[in-house]
Ligand binder design. Sequence first.
Ligand SMILES: NC(=O)C1=CN([C@@H]2O[C@H](COP(=O)(O)OP(=O)(O)OC[C@H]3O[C@@H](n4cnc5c(N)ncnc54)[C@H](O)[C@@H]3O)[C@@H](O)[C@H]2O)[C@@H](O)CC1
Ligand SMILES: [K+]
Length: 216
Amino acid sequence: MMSKAITIAEAQRYDAHTTNEIGIPALVLMERAALATFNNILNDDFDLSRVVVVAAVGNNGGDGIAVARLLHIRGIDVEVYLLGDPDKATPQTQQQLKIANYYHIPFTTDLNHVVNATVIIDAIFGVGLSREIHGKFADAINAINAADAKTVAIDVPSGINADTGEVMGVAVVADSTVTMAYNKIGLLTATGKRHSGTVHVADIGIYAQDRLEHAR
Ligand SMILES: NC(=O)C1=CN([C@@H]2O[C@H](COP(=O)(O)OP(=O)(O)OC[C@H]3O[C@@H](n4cnc5c(N)ncnc54)[C@H](O)[C@@H]3O)[C@@H](O)[C@H]2O)[C@@H](O)CC1
Ligand SMILES: [K+]
């Protein structure tokens, strides 16, 4: 299997090419990212009795809120712990919030629910992390790390700089990470590896070159 790791700039460039030049809508990519994460969670040997998705309002959060919806529809007990101002959410994440509202997916503001979860989905920051983490974002990451739960990070363990592997103040220590399209170079450093756990690279339809391969 080809293994390639990319930078944040490359991830952003390939994403933009796929949506702007090729024309695959961002919400389609988000749904594929969510389905890949959902399938990973179902296929792993997890206790799904209390799942909490910790999401911020960027597209990483949107991926997580979509995962919450897929789990909820499947009858799994899932709550969302939302960080940040929903009015500042990306258009895709606003749409995910609207869909979650339609399904009456429970939202919690109680960090104890994070600490007492059996599975935590980390959807706080992906490749958009741009500064040191403080305040309620840091509190949530500390709660995730204090929990006994299995933790699955979406794209990048939140707090890890996907280019350097550096901890931006505080970072999620995940059991596994479902990273989109390609691995990220920061996840290959010693610190990056320690925080990402087992890395699964998910094909969500984003490629460095337009991929045309015959099915085998
Ligand atoms: N763009 C695309 O085509 C796709 C993106 N996807 C997901 O989207 C992610 C990237 O989304 P975004 O670019 O929206 O970025 P993120 O969701 O990673 O984070 C950006 C948000 O976090 C805030 N932020 C950054 N550092 C912060 C800090 N230290 N404290 C508080 N807030 C902070 C930013 O202001 C912004 O609101 C990927 O990692 C992936 O999970 C997937 O949905 C697949 C497709
Ligand atoms: K994340």
